[in-house]
Design a protein around this ligand. Structure first.
Ligand code: PLP
Length: 347
């Protein structure tokens, strides 16, 4: 039985079990449905078994060895990956300015961090993608057990995961890919190639681009290591079944015709935006991350202009502005951005 169906099941028994709200009493009435679905892992309908089956089905969809549902974000998936493949004293290669979970993972494993630098992309004022040329000197000079890379970057620069994986194999290191911002990639040919079938471990946030609730995410393993023991070390023993059920529904949606159509519509809308704003330069490898600059304004000025017209961006710097989109970004919103971008350049 799927997790979604299981949460609809009712019992006539009197429950002398956790959780203490008993599914009826709700402190915050707006979330009444959430309380109703908030069952315990010891529920007689065996949600643990349903979760196991849902994760197995997900691993088939993604074509991985293992896929785990995370209710503590990609941060927890990154930590679990490192705990799964390195032991105390091993060296882990990571970016010096990576998301904090990368270094936290290394610290928790008692491993030794070795930091790599990334070239700056001066056109856009952001870090550039990673490469074999960038990483090999570090692997040559250190006995590295695992390498952590971020692809795509926040701004949508995507590394060649295949060649980086081959490099890691050459030096006997595991590859962990932080694909937190790339959860839509496995579901469209027009988006960059996902790492899920290539990297040893790939972590994706469903909440960032794929329509998931905060902080739902996925950990995929494609090597012979099952990260479930590592996950047990950092996860609660009382998981949130409502959140887990949304992950099951989220993956089923992304993999459905309806979900795929929605992703393609988003891409079509962004391509149309690009075409009609000839005054704006678009960058990056991922269409859904709108990285822009204008000929007449610097990045921060463009950001301020956008804000005056009611458009909030994710980030800006002296060179560029980043606007994030996802499966929930509809045509109306893109059209509004289009109008404002055209206005901005005339001022
Ligand atoms: C590159 C990158 N990796 C990992 C994370 C952590 O993701 P989560 O918020 O799902 O834990 C973030 C969050 O901002 C991120 O930007």
């Amino acid at each position: 039985m799927s997790l979604i169906k299981l949460l609809r099941k009712k019992t006539t028994n009197a429950l002398f079990t956790t959780p203490s709200h008993g599914g009826k009493f709700f402190i915050y009435h707006k979330f009444r449905q959430f309380y109703k679905s908030d069952i315990s892992e010891t529920d007689t309908h065996n949600p643990t078994e349903a979760l196991f089956k849902a994760e197995e089905a997900a691993s088939k969809i993604y074509g991985t060895n293992y896929t785990y549902f995370l209710t503590n974000g990609s941060s927890s998936g990154i930590i679990a990956s490192v705990l799964a493949c390195v032991k105390s004293g091993d060296k882990v290669l990571l970016h010096e300015d990576a998301h904090p979970s990368h270094l936290n993972a290394v610290k928790l494993a008692g491993a030794v961090p070795v930091f790599y630098k990334l070239p700056l992309n001066s056109d856009w004022g952001v870090y550039d993608k990673n490469s074999v040329e960038n990483l090999e000197p570090y692997l040559k000079n250190n006995e590295i057990k695992a390498v952590i890379i971020t692809s795509p970057t926040y701004e949508g620069f995507v590394s060649d995961i295949k060649s980086i994986k081959e490099l890691c194999e050459k030096y006997g290191a595991y590859l962990i890919t932080d694909e937190a911002h790339g959860a839509l990639y496995p579901f469209s040919e027009r988006l960059p190639q996902s790492a899920v079938k290539i990297s040893d471990f790939t972590i994706q946030s469903l909440h960032k681009t794929a329509g998931g609730l905060n902080p739902t995410a996925l950990l995929h393993s494609n090597c012979n290591i099952n990260p479930s023991e590592a996950l047990k070390m950092i996860n609660t023993t009382s998981p949130s079944y409502p959140l887990l059920a949304t992950i099951e529904a989220n993956i089923n949606f992304l993999n459905s015709q309806k979900g795929k159509r929605k992703i393609e519509e988003l891409i079509d809308n962004i391509l149309a935006l690009r075409k009609s704003c000839s005054n704006i330069v678009f960058g990056g490898d991922d269409l859904t991350k709108i990285l822009i600059k204008s000929g007449s304004l610097d990045g921060n000025e463009l950001s301020e202009r956008l804000f005056e017209f009611g458009i909030e961006d994710e980030r800006s710097n002296e060179s560029s502005v980043l606007l994030l989109t996802g499966i929930g970004t509809d045509l109306k919103k893109i059209e509004r951005l289009k109008k404002v971008l055209k206005k901005c350049n005339k001022l």
